[in-house]
Design a protein around this ligand. Structure first.
Ligand code: FAD
Length: 401
């Protein structure tokens, strides 16, 4: 009998996994359930659109391995299927002596992760491509780029259907039961289905899905951190020509307010990292009492706040005041002014946290019986999605023939 596999969640991680499963196991029955009307309505369709190549990540971590493999695979996929992308390179800018040191540390990490062509730029070398940008030191990362992730998801959906998989939109999975024999029954808003394996890739709901589907307490909690962007008005697009990033504080998984080129040709500044009052809440007035209560009473969040109060307040201020937001961008682009920018998009990161308040940086996958849960897939999860899919299938989903 054909093995039956359910994938819950139609963001990049779920949809990439469904596609890779059908490539590896032609004989399976595959159903993907997504609660929204189209793929990637949350993190995967609301990110910076950057192809990260592995500069920041701890050598030896799963993130470093899958970012390096992931950018190569994602770029090849975009080329093969004529999806808009560009390897435009990125410049990381230090603003003081301490950041110069961190930048050198990052260059070492990048080299250890196998990046090619990393190059420190002198002030005059930086001025040539980026005349409006200032730095005490700058590192060129030529392998980095941008991609149309919505185009990637559309193509993956078509490939899944071509190979006989079924994608069910408007199909939230409400409950899951596993029989002692290992069969998994799934209840959606309209139907019941039975499967041999379940893969949960539910992004901002990954901790709740783990608890609800397995009836077990999960190892981590998702705390939603919104990232807001400002867009350059078209007449000011020439202010920046590349991806421009500050040296991040490597204590945090957030990369700091940067300036990004979009595949549409627009330029954005952002994102900040503000506690969201709703897991899928894209403005400050988007509030869900249960989500807010859960975050504010979670011991991990309280510990995080205690240890990172100044950081949290600074990010919140940048959400309430455009001047505060722009002051972060001014460090890199001194001449940027509020009149050059308008309100842009926003995304919410599914930030995994442990009870000590530690922000968990690496990808996390848990198996419980015949269920496999992706509990943490932070940035560069979009870049790495095809590589993450192969990693999970090779390590957690063997013997499906
Ligand atoms: C602001 C921001 C900027 C980022 N920038 C970058 C970047 O430049 N480059 C990069 O590589 N990465 C970036 N990332 C990270 C990247 O977007 C994520 O790692 C990736 O999109 C995670 O994909 P996912 O499929 O796990 O989650 P999601 O895209 O959130 O998908 C989860 C899906 O599960 C569905 N779902 C949840 N519960 C259920 C249920 N019960 N039943 C059915 N469906 C359900 C949701 O509707 C959703 O569609 C960024 C993220 C954010 C938020």
């Amino acid at each position: 009998m054909k093995k039956r596999v359910a994938v819950v969640g139609g963001g990049l991680i779920g949809i990439a996994k469904a596609y890779k499963l059908l490539l590896k196991y032609q004989g399976i029955q595959l159903d993907l359930f997504e609660k929204e009307a189209h793929p990637g309505k949350h993190q995967s369709g609301r990110n910076s659109g950057v192809l990260h190549c592995g500069l920041y990540y701890q050598p030896g971590s799963l993130k470093a391995k899958l970012a390096v493999e992931g950018i190569r695979e994602m770029t090849a996929f975009c080329k093969e299927h004529e999806i808009t992308h560009e390897i435009c390179g990125k410049v990381v800018l230090a603003a003081n002596q301490q950041q110069n040191e961190t930048l050198r540390e990052l260059a070492k990490r990048g080299e250890a992760n196998g990046l090619q062509g990393l190059q420190f730029l002198s002030k005059s070398e930086l001025r040539q491509p980026e005349p409006m940008v200032q730095a005490t030191e700058a590192l060129l990362v030529p392998e980095e780029g941008i991609a149309d992730y919505k185009g990637v998801m559309k193509k993956l959906e078509a490939l899944i259907e071509e190979r006989g998989g079924k994608v069910h939109f408007n199909s939230p999975v409400w409950s899951v039961n596993q029989t002692p024999a290992g069969e998994i029954s799934i209840q959606t808003a309209t139907d019941n289905h039975t499967f041999d394996r379940l893969l949960s890739c539910t992004g901002l709901h990954s901790d709740r899905a783990y608890k609800g589907f397995t009836r077990k307490k999960g190892p981590l909690r998702i705390v939603p951190f919104r990232g807001e962007y400002l867009s350059f008005k078209p007449e000011f697009n020439s202010m920046v020509n590349h991806l421009i990033y500050p040296v991040p504080d490597i204590k945090y998984p957030f990369l700091g307010v940067n300036s990004t080129l979009m595949v549409s040709g627009e330029r954005e500044v952002g994102p900040n990292a503000v506690l969201a009052f709703k897991r899928e809440g894209y403005t400050n007035s988007d509030i869900n009492l249960k989500d807010t209560f859960e975050s504010l009473t979670y011991v991990g969040f309280l510990n995080f706040l205690r240890k990172n109060f100044a950081f949290a307040m600074g990010e919140f201020a940048s959400s309430l005041s455009m001047a505060s937001f722009i002051s972060k961008a001014k460090v890199m682009i001194p001449e940027v002014e509020a009149s050059m920018l308008e309100k842009g998009s926003a995304g919410v990161r599914a930030q995994a946290m442990d009870p000590s308040g530690k922000l968990l940086m690496d990808f996390n996958v848990e198996r419980e019986g015949n269920q496999i849960h992706v509990l943490n897939a932070p940035s560069p999860g979009a870049t790495s999605s095809l590589a993450i899919a192969s990693y999970i299938i090779d390590n957690y989903l063997t013997n499906l023939n």
